[in-house]
Design a protein around this ligand. Structure first.
Ligand code: NAD
Length: 423
């Protein structure tokens, strides 16, 4: 997949179109007043900034950064920071809006934000990355804080980076662990945050699959993206009895009809093996296009946006798509898939495990508490079960309407908060 395809899903439309399309349909269904529609369709604040850093060879590099704060009616802005060469304001507008909706679906007291820097983090040394991160904190300092806007990791950013943000902010404002989530545990991070999104995605996949009286045992699963979310989802699904037969990363994938040994694959990667997945798993190679149309029960896109478009939707063979990535299915593809009877479990719930555990971390930091991993996952499962039940009720039990139900639930909850508070 090339960069253009990543950003433009259907006939040149961007992810902004995808998110707006689903939201507009929900606003129509809810007959939401014009002024609220405008509030929800635009961001509260959009920050665009430059961060200069001195490179180790003495040269100067300047990077473009953004922070989009969409809506804070239900609580402080909350959302990840992405370091990736192809990000732009359009990306962050869509992703910030999706965060507002996601926090409402899973009923955590946050609004939505998103931001980051157009950079390939792998092209910088550790020292340069720290300078860039702390330079970014200088720029966004006036608009972030534990009760204002709380960043977290996303693609290309790690707990280590969150530690630098915590340090940069705390130097100005005093000890402030709640300014950022996804921190290392030694600095107030919560046990289980790293695997929370993947764990949650697997939990929701199981809820959806088993709701139709199907058993997860031996269900055939393909996962696109073998980063943080994809690998922890694959690991957990396998633990729960599913057969993970294909996984991929940006370089390509691996396929084994008998089931891959996901834990062994993760162990090799964690041990520093940098080979292609097919070599590491000693199984057949498969490319990303083939993985998306593989003959499986459950397809889990867990990489980037807009990977299922009107071009390939008609070739999808999976019975169920579980959206672990944000906005992986375009509006046009969504229609094609639903007409074909494919069940889509929406990103607004599937990947909400990350922000839910971030909420636990933030609450733990406020109380100067320290939760166990068991408590974190027990509470996470409870939150996801509640959100799943509310979504299914909104859909009148019809799995073909899960996305509509998630958007309707979110819009209803956000509009209620706006009505109560005013603006
Ligand atoms: P990551 O950077 O850890 O992993 C991304 C994976 O996708 C990598 O394996 C990468 O090789 C692969 N990838 C990148 N471009 C690809 C392409 N063109 N084709 C196929 N694979 C490609 O990121 P992550 O944290 O795992 O996030 C994955 C998705 O989940 C993103 O959409 C992100 O916004 C979403 N998400 C992440 C979290 C979280 O807590 N990390 C929370 C909510 C949503």
């Amino acid at each position: 997949m090339n960069d253009e395809q990543d950003k433009k899903g259907d006939n040149g439309k961007t992810i902004e179109n995808t998110c707006n399309g689903f939201l507009n349909e929900a606003l129509d269904r809810g007959e939401v007043e014009e002024e609220l529609r405008e509030l929800l369709s635009t961001a509260t604040r959009e920050l665009s900034f430059k961060v200069p850093i001195r490179r180790q060879d003495g040269s100067l590099s300047v990077f473009q950064g953004y922070r989009v704060q969409h809506n804070a009616s239900r609580g402080p802005f909350k959302g990840g920071l992405r370091f990736h060469p192809d990000v732009d304001l359009d990306h962050f507008r869509a992703l910030a809006r999706a965060m507002t909706l996601k926090c409402a679906v899973v009923d955590v007291p946050f609004g939505g934000a998103k931001g980051g820097i157009a950079v390939d983090p792998k092209s910088l040394t550790d020292h340069e990355l720290e300078a860039l991160t702390k330079g970014m904190v200088d720029r966004i300092d006036p608009v972030i804080g534990p009760d204002l806007d709380i960043p977290a990791p996303d693609m290309g950013t790690t707990p280590k980076l969150m530690a630098w943000i915590f340090d940069g902010y705390s130097k100005r404002h005093g000890y402030s662990p709640g300014v950022v989530t996804g921190k290392p545990q030694a600095l107030g991070g919560i046990a289980g945050r790293v695997e929370a999104t993947g764990y949650g995605a697997a939990h929701v996949a199981a809820l959806a699959w088993c709701d139709g009286d199907r058993a997860l045992d031996n269900a055939r699963v393909a996962v696109q993206g073998f980063g943080n979310v994809g690998r922890h989802a694959a690991l957990r699904l396998q633990e729960m009895g599913a057969r993970v037969i294909a996984v991929s990363d940006e370089r390509g994938g691996v396929f084994n009809d008998q089931g891959l040994d996901v834990a062994a694959l993760v162990k090799r990667i964690d041990g520093g093996d940098d080979g292609e997945l097919a070599e590491l798993a000693d199984s057949d190679a498969i490319d990303n296009a083939e993985l998306l149309t593989a003959d499986v029960d459950i397809l889990m896109p867990a990489a980037i946006e807009n990977v299922i478009t009107s071009d390939n939707a008609g070739s999808v063979k999976a019975e169920m798509i579980v959206e672990a990535a944000n906005l992986p299915v375009t509006c046009d593809a969504d229609r094609i898939l639903r007409d074909a009877g494919v069940i889509i479990v929406p990103d607004l719930l599937v990947n909400a495990g990350g922000v839910t555990v971030s909420y636990f971390e933030w609450a733990q930091n406020s109380a100067r508490d320290n939760w166990t991993r068991e408590k974190t996952f027990e509470r996470l499962e409870g939150k996801l079960d509640d959100a799943w039940n509310s979504m299914l009720e909104k859909a009148d039990g019809d799995q073909g309407r899960l996305r509509e139900a998630a958007y309707d639930l979110a819009v209803e909850r956000i509009c209620e908060a706006i009505h109560l508070r005013g603006f």
